[in-house]
Design a protein around this ligand. Structure first.
Ligand SMILES: Nc1ncnc2c1ncn2[C@@H]1O[C@H](COP(=O)(O)OP(=O)(O)OP(=O)(O)O)[C@@H](O)[C@H]1O
Ligand SMILES: [Mg+2]
Length: 181
């Protein structure tokens, strides 16, 4: 396998409206200038439409995380341009990038990054709270999302807490979230 990232596209769902470009990268490169200069990404051009499911694959060190960090607006490219839902990221300052992340991007991190003092339900609902949703709507939506992934009974649990002494073993090996990377 070549030491570079590849993009794998799944067949999009028939019901998805695919007429909207959600992600556009134009000749994006990213260099890290440490003790030695590393070109993590070299001239990536990529379009992802609404409803598409896309995997970024490649060997270790090929730039997958770097690419996800750029698309997730957590880092900026050295050269090239990135648009998310039509907005050019280079035109946004940090507060506006924070707003864009809050409205448009969901992250599932490999190391969870759940807030330990909030319950499972509160962790799932947190981004909606930050968007200003009413508490009852946040809880309703967060419950629906937990239902969707079979975690309804963990709603009131703290992240480190086992579900029930008798079901401890099965939950121990079923973490709430996995980073899709
Ligand atoms: N902050 C950084 N400073 C310096 N070099 C970095 C930094 N982040 C990534 N790199 C380098 O950029 C290249 C791409 O790294 P990246 O983490 O994106 O690869 P990856 O495909 O996600 O690898 P893995 O499969 O191991 O997670 C590597 O050579 C890595 O060492
Ligand atoms: Mg990585």
């Amino acid at each position: 396998m070549k030491n570079e990232v590849s993009i794998c596209r799944e067949v999009p769902c028939a019901s998805s409206p695919l007429n909207r470009r959600m992600v556009r990268l134009d000749n994006v490169s990213k260099q890290f200038n440490g003790a030695r200069k590393i070109t993590a990404l070299n001239n990536i051009t990529l379009d992802i439409d609404r409803g598409e499911i896309v995997s970024i694959v490649g060997p270790s060190g090929s730039g997958k995380s770097t690419l996800l960090n750029l698309i997730g607006t957590l880092d900026r490219p050295t050269t090239g341009s990135i648009r998310i839902d039509g907005q050019d990221l280079s035109s946004l300052n940090d507060p506006n990038l924070t707003l864009l992340r809050r409205e448009k991007i969901g992250f599932v991190f490999q190391f969870f990054n759940l807030l330990p003092s909030l319950t499972c339900l509160q962790n799932v609902g947190l981004p909606l709270h930050l968007r200003g949703w009413a508490g009852s709507m946040v809880r309703e939506r967060a419950r629906a999302l937990l239902d969707l992934v079979g975690l309804r009974e963990r709603a009131e649990h703290l992240p480190g807490e086992p579900a029930h002494p008798r079901s401890y073993m099965s939950h121990e090996f079923q973490p709430a979230f996995r980073r899709v990377e």
